[in-house]
Ligand binder design. Structure first.
Ligand SMILES: [Zn+2]
Length: 193
């Protein structure tokens, strides 16, 4: 079971590496890794389990965050009826994106960052992603709004990018701007976790 002690924090070199592609079809080991990552998200979003194991609630986790430099991500959001939407992906890749950008008004947080970092993180408002599912079947997915932001945050982890690298005022060695056109203002209601 993944807990906070398995999650590496900023400063760890693996968070700055480009993660390796996962061989398809996935091995049992890679599938189990993926399952464990999704289980962590479910546990972290369940108040009782989260309290018992002292888990910080997360909506996304990338394998490099548990010190595994492989292209695996898990995302767990909810639809407007509060029903979970889960995506566990091998080798996800953005194949196209909107010119329009979006951002979370509250900024972004990260399970690998134990501090509050203020600042707008520009993301694409809509993305199309190719990936492979748990069985190694090819998926073509579209994300928008909050979900698109979460998926981009996790995809960045696979390329060694931290969310603050994209904050406009940030000026570190890893600075990675998104080409920004029009920044779209989104309401807080849309962004409830
Ligand atoms: Zn993160």
């Amino acid at each position: 079971m993944i807990t906070m002690k398995d999650i590496i924090r900023e400063g760890h070199s693996v968070l700055r590496e480009k993660a390796a592609e996962v061989a398809m079809p996935p091995s049992k080991e890679d599938q189990e890794m993926m399952d464990a990552m999704m289980t962590f998200l479910r546990n972290s979003q369940d108040p009782e389990t989260a309290e018992k194991y002292e888990l910080r609630a997360g909506v996304g986790l990338a394998a490099p965050q548990i010190n595994v430099s492989k292209r695996i991500i898990a995302v767990r959001t909810a639809n407007e009826n509060d029903e979970p939407r889960e995506f566990a992906l091998f080798n996800p890749k953005i194949v196209s994106h909107s010119a329009e950008t979006a951002y979370l008004e509250s900024g972004e947080g990260c399970l690998s960052v134990d501090r509050n970092v203020e600042g707008i993180v520009p993301r694409y408002a809509r993305i199309k992603v190719d990936a492979f599912d748990r069985n190694g079947d090819k998926l073509k997915l579209r994300f928008r709004g909050y979900e698109a932001i979460v998926v981009q945050h996790e995809l960045d982890h696979l390329d060694g990018i931290m969310f603050y690298d994209r904050i406009e005022e940030y000026a570190g060695d890893y600075k990675r701007p998104l080409p920004s056109k029009s920044i779209v203002h989104r309401s807080e209601e849309e962004l409830v976790l």
